[in-house]
Structures are given as C-alpha cells and as structure tokens.
Design a binder for this molecule. Structure first.
Ligand code: GLV
Ligand code: MN
Ligand code: MN
Length: 400
C-alpha cells in the first residue's frame, strides 16, 4: 500500500529545492537539479537500490532482479518560475510505488529502476528531453557545445557536475528494458472537466523546437525614413502573428513564440537583429505544420528585405504509446477504482524517447488544475496517491 503521508512529506521536501512558495525554478543541469537528485538518492539507497548517475546527469536507482528491467520515473527540473508538480510528481510517485512494493515484501522477478531524467524542459540550453534523448542514443551531434545565455555550454555544465562533458556516453541499450512507465500531471483541463482523477496516455504530439535569427539593419530611429528600413523586430512580429494564424487554421496544432530578444535593444535604434524561439506541435501532420511555418518565415523575410536563419533544436515525431502497456495501465487504474479515459498529450515527455526506441512504454496522467509551467499548477495528494498506487500495481504486473 502507498504511504500517502510519506509521499506528501517528500513532495514538500523536494519542492523546497529552488522553490519559493508554490513557485519552483529548478533548471536542468544546475546545482539545484543535482540537489534534487541527491534527495531522491537518499530515499532509495537505504532501500537497497544501486544508485548511479550517467554521463548526461540522469539518475538511476536500481533494485536487482533477473532479465530486462522495468524503468519508471520522470524529471526533476522545471521551467523558470514553474510549479511543483510537472516532472517532480512522476519521480515522487515512482519512488513511492517502488518503496511500497519493498515495504510489502513483494517478490519481483525483474530489476526495477527508478529514473530521474536530466533537463527535460530544456529551459536553459534549448534542448528539451535532454537526458532521455542522450540515454536512448538520439542526441544530435554537437549538442554538448550548445550554450546558455551566459556562454556556458552543456559540456561545461556537465563537467561542473563531475561528468566528463560528453552526454552521448549516456547511451544505453534499449533491449535492457522490458518496459518504461511514467506518471505525470495532465497539464490540461480534460480530467478535471470529466471529473476523473487518472488518465492513460494514448499518444504524444510531434514537437519541433527551433531558434530563428532575423538579420536586418540597425539604424537611427529618427533619421531613417520608413521606406529605407530593414527592421528585424517588425519582420519577427509579422512571423509571430503568422505562426498563430497557421496553427489556428490547422487541426490539433499549436504554435508558440515564447522567447524573443532584440539587438541592439535601444528605443532610438531600428532593431538590427532579432532572435526568437519556435515551438510547433501537432497530433496530426506535424511535418506539414513545420513546413508551412518555415516557408512563411522565408516568405516574410524576403518580402521585408531581411535575412532569416533557422537553427533546429529538436524534432520529435508524434509518438503512439504501446497498446499492451495501455492494457496493463487500464487494469492498474481499474484496480484503484478508476475508469481512466485515454488522452493524447499535448506536452512533450521523456516517454517519447523509449517509445521511439522500441521500448514498450506507457504513461499515467494525474488530474491537475491551474494550468502548468506556472506556480498555479496543482495536483491533490488524493489523486497523486491513487496514481502512485496504480503505478505500483502496474510495476508489479510487469515485473513478476
Ligand atoms: C515540456 O513540458 C514541454 O512539453 O515543453
Ligand atoms: Mn514541462
Ligand atoms: Mn514534464
């Protein structure tokens, strides 16, 4: 049985690492994320788990057994000014599920590994799903050289944590894994609206991340007539609105520009350069969405006489989750009295990497309110405990 009080107490402890009130700013590959890993290690090492960190700073805590392992977990990093539950709840519930099985002296045949993936959000270096992408050998070449705003590279950040700075060395053989399970808050209103505490994820949308740089020409804001300008920010603004229009016009698609920087950045200088992010997601025809937006970027830049260059950061295709694991999760959620609906996830998850590498993968969603990636995000301890119990039941079925 899940120990609800232990789960609640630990959620509080974890939320205080780089947390203030209900806000958490625990960026990936930071010292704060490392403190969170140490806290998780301190829970599982005394239960007999072998704890290790790999070359991409992922944490694994393994209880020994025979054959391929059941891997279960989520991530410990957050976006800046994020909430207490995105990622963290999945690690907390994985720990609680495993500990409840240890407490009950359940005989499991397979090894069980709890994982805390590093830098899922990609908030600092722009590379989301970083740790799981490395572990499944899916990192693009040269990722270690990507830098944050202060010029620190991913390789530098890993070295500061005591690693060698080569995240590709984290690669492990997916054939060592019998299954991957991840519990996560829903981050949307569907379970709340339906009045159901748990859901089962059927698929995760395709996600494209890029950084677009617009090069115009800096000039005097008073002395340069409107017809003689190559204003990088005006071009970027037209693109931002085009992204919104295109995403609105397509089925099951969203598009966001969430970061933008203007150089040189003075009120009396025509913007010479503008760099902004692109986040494009779709459950259907994701490639078509990306193509339409990138064609539009080129068209607007040409029409305005500025140069546009696009730096691809990540492209993860839409991912279906395993039908047999979905059945296991259906039984597991039924066993805690929940008739869990199947949902498509609009958020990206580390689960995409094992799924795309052929590991049978499933996800449980826990009802959440207040949106996500904000301090308002919230899941109740009752719902979290139900999710942890369902996760424990699924682990038991897959590992015995
Ligand atoms: C992760 O939270 C993402 O979907 O961006
Ligand atoms: Mn997130
Ligand atoms: Mn997450």
């Amino acid at each position: 049985m899940i120990d609800r009080e232990r789960l609640e107490r630990r959620a509080g402890e974890l939320s205080r690492i780089a947390g203030r009130g209900t806000a958490v700013s625990r960026l990936g590959l930071s010292a704060d994320e490392q403190r969170a890993r140490e806290l998780v290690s301190s829970w599982l090492a005394p239960r007999g788990a072998q704890v290790r960190r790999d070359a991409a700073a992922n944490l694994f805590a393994r209880l020994p057994g025979e054959g391929e392992a059941v891997l279960v977990g989520s991530h410990l990093d957050s976006v800046p000014e994020g909430g207490r539950f995105d990622g963290a709840l999945g690690v907390l519930c994985a720990v609680e599920a495993v500990e409840s099985l240890v407490d009950a002296k359940v005989k499991l045949r397979r090894p069980i590994e709890v994982v805390a993936w590093a830098d899922e959000e990609g908030a600092r270096f722009g590379v989301g799903l970083f740790g799981s992408t490395a572990a499944f050998g899916r990192l693009a070449r040269g990722v270690g050289d990507r830098r944050d705003r202060d010029g620190t590279s991913i390789a530098d950040a890993l070295r500061a944590l005591g690693e060698r700075g080569d995240p590709s060395a984290a690669r492990r053989d997916p054939k060592e894994l019998a299954a991957y399970l991840e519990l996560h808050i829903e981050q949307g209103p569907r379970l709340e609206t339906a009045g159901v505490p748990l859901g089962i994820v059927s698929a995760i949308v395709g996600i494209y991340h890029a950084r677009v740089s617009i090069h115009g020409r800096a000039d005097h804001a008073g002395a340069t007539v409107m017809t003689a300008r190559a204003d990088a920010l005006a071009a970027a603004s037209e693109i931002v609105l085009a992204v919104e229009r295109i995403a609105r016009s397509r089925l099951d698609s969203v598009g966001t520009v969430g970061e933008i920087a203007v150089r040189p950045g003075a009120k009396n200088v025509v913007p010479g350069e503008c760099v902004f992010s692109l986040d494009l997601r779709a459950a259907r025809d994701h490639d078509g969405l990306v193509r339409e937006v990138l064609d539009t970027v080129t068209r607007i830049a040409d029409a305005r006489g500025v140069e546009a260059s696009v730096d691809d950061l990540a492209r993860v295709p839409a991912t279906s989750l395993d039908s047999k694991i979905r059945e296991v999760l259906r039984r597991a959620t039924k066993s805690v009295g929940v008739d869990a609906p199947e949902l498509v996830s609009g958020a990206g998850h580390d689960a995409q990497n094992p799924a795309l590498s052929g590991v049978p993968t499933g996800m449980i969603f826990v009802r959440s309110t207040g949106g996500s990636h904000t301090p308002r995000e919230f899941a109740s301890i009752d719902d979290a405990a139900l999710g942890a119990q369902a996760l424990a039941n699924a682990i038991k079925e897959l590992a015995t």
